[in-house]
Design a binder for this molecule. Structure first.
Ligand SMILES: Cc1cc2nc3c(=O)[nH]c(=O)nc-3n(C[C@H](O)[C@H](O)[C@H](O)COP(=O)(O)OP(=O)(O)OC[C@H]3O[C@@H](n4cnc5c(N)ncnc54)[C@H](O)[C@@H]3O)c2cc1C
Length: 451
């Protein structure tokens, strides 16, 4: 990236000026405003330089949380974001109620090239630590299932909590600001280690935190900015891909199941040896719903996904029991007692052996072998998805900044002192269920204690 400024060594006595910045686009007013311009740089005439101890790029959950915690430690903190609206991703999370943490969160629910990386930060900032904050702000919440904590009212309450923590601590948030350049300054320039050129001003800081998230949902401001910064500083990246996402199907499977869109069924869904008991939702393009989203995190192109569509039942035993009871109902009608009727009909058409031969035959006259084969399809419906829907719908981005480049204690780059990466931009991706926000809080807290 082209640098906007030529830097000169700082004079021994830096002239620190308090400077109140008001009426700027997207600048939130806070109780204390920490901004101080730094002498010692040749600047473009008419453009001021503003120094903060910490600059955080990205005002999502990780960025705002890091800013407030750093500011509570007495650090001057500025969060910069190009979005017009604060916390866009939080607002759409958890169906509008934000699943802000999971009480069962451990490193086991995260996917990363280094599964141990997240342990230190997670141990030092637990789900209960975030709940303490939820209580401080009087937010009513409930557990939906499996440790997942949601706001009773609205995800807006989480955005308000983070904004209010920034206000209380004195951290500033500046929206609607494009980042033009990032430059590392040489170490003999006192506390200023980085210079950030933006559409509004040029800033310097001692610590620079990248909290720009992943590529998911570009229409609310997601970009690959964090990865570009990593590349600029020569850091390795783990290849990214859309995750917690729906599956698209081959043309043949889409034709077979596409008109079932809207039907949902309880399953145990397995891919690559990892299973989830969740619902699958049929869509026009393929499959969605929590089971599919979970599976997508562990799925690689070409892998099979296996769905047990009757996890509570041994289908063969149940069919045999109907047979013994001398039922004259068709197999598909018995299946419809456990499935939506349209789904039962479709599976019967496709997977029932010799469907035509037994089309009008009551279950008591169907051979056990045919019932067994059909049951196997119901307990292990196997598909090879053609892909996932992609970043336009995916909840997260898997991959990102290689954890080998970062300290697991502080999130600081080993090669670039003062540069930190937190939240989703890092190669740590949680399961569905509040784990990704817990990583955002924990990694932010780890960096905030060090910046
Ligand atoms: C539909 C949906 C629902 C979800 N629900 C949940 C849930 O209920 N529970 C859960 O745990 N997780 C959920 N997630 C995942 C969760 O939202 C993310 O993992 C989390 O928000 C990541 O936080 P972050 O701060 O790292 O990144 P983000 O929240 O993505 O914030 C990044 C910020 O950086 C800014 N930015 C990006 N590029 C630039 C740039 N070039 N210049 C300046 N600023 C930039 C963005 O505008 C954004 O404000 C959901 C995700 C989606 C998409």
């Amino acid at each position: 990236m082209a640098a906007l400024y030529r830097c000169q060594p700082l004079k021994s006595s830096n002239k620190i000026q308090e400077r109140r910045r008001t009426h700027r686009p997207g600048l939130f007013q806070t109780k204390q405003i920490h901004g101080r311009s730094l002498a010692g740089f040749d600047t473009i005439p008419g453009v001021s330089q503003t120094h903060h101890d910490v600059i955080i790029i990205g005002a999502g959950g990780a960025g705002m949380f890091c800013a407030s915690r750093a500011a509570f430690r007495g650090r001057t903190a500025l969060v910069i974001d190009h979005a017009r609206k604060l916390g866009g991703k939080i607002l759409i999370s958890g169906g509008g109620r934000c699943n802000f943490t999971n009480l069962g969160a451990t490193s086991n629910q995260y996917v990363s090239q280094n599964p141990h990386f997240c342990k230190s930060a997670m141990a030092r900032f637990s789900p209960w630590d975030f709940i303490e904050l939820i209580n401080k702000h009087g937010i009513a919440y409930h557990e939906k299932k499996l440790g997942q904590q949601f706001c009773n009212e609205s995800a807006q309450q989480i955005v308000d909590l983070l904004k209010s923590e920034c206000d209380e601590s004195g951290a500033r948030i500046q929206l609607n600001t494009q980042i033009r350049s990032i430059q590392q300054l040489s170490t003999d320039r006192g506390q200023a280690r980085f210079q950030v050129g933006t559409s509004e001003d040029t800033y310097t800081c001692e610590s620079l935190v990248i909290a720009t998230g992943g590529l998911s949902i570009p229409k609310i401001g997601a970009t690959g900015f964090g990865y570009d910064v990593a590349k600029q500083f020569g850091l390795k990246l783990v290849p990214t891909r859309a995750a917690l996402d729906g599956f698209t199907l081959s043309r043949r499977d889409a034709e077979a199941f596409g008109d079932l869109a809207g039907l949902s069924v309880d399953t145990v869904t397995t891919t690559n040896g990892i299973s989830f008991r969740e619902n699958v939702l049929f869509t026009h393009a393929g499959l969605s719903g929590p089971a599919t989203l979970q599976a997508s995190l562990h799925w690689n192109k070409g892998d099979k996904v296996v769905f047990n569509l009757l996890p509570e039942l041994d289908a063969f035993e149940w069919f045999v029991s109907k047979k013994k009871a001398k039922s004259n109902s068709l197999v598909k009608n018995h299946l419809a007692e456990h499935f939506p009727a349209r789904l039962a009909e479709r599976f019967y058409e496709i997977y029932f052996p010799s469907a035509a031969q037994f089309a009008q035959t009551g279950i008591s006259n169907v051979p056990d072998a045919a019932l067994k084969e059909f049951s196997q399809h119901l307990h292990a419906w196997t598909l090879v998805p053609s892909g996932t829907v992609g970043y336009s719908k995916a909840e997260v981005t898997r991959g990102g900044v290689d954890t080998n480049e970062l300290s697991s204690k502080t999130m600081e780059c080993k090669k670039v002192p003062g540069l930190y990466f937190i939240g989703e931009v890092v190669d740590v991706t949680g399961w569905l269920g509040g784990y990704n926000f817990q990583w955002a809080w924990a990694s932010a807290a780890a960096a905030a204690a060090a910046v």
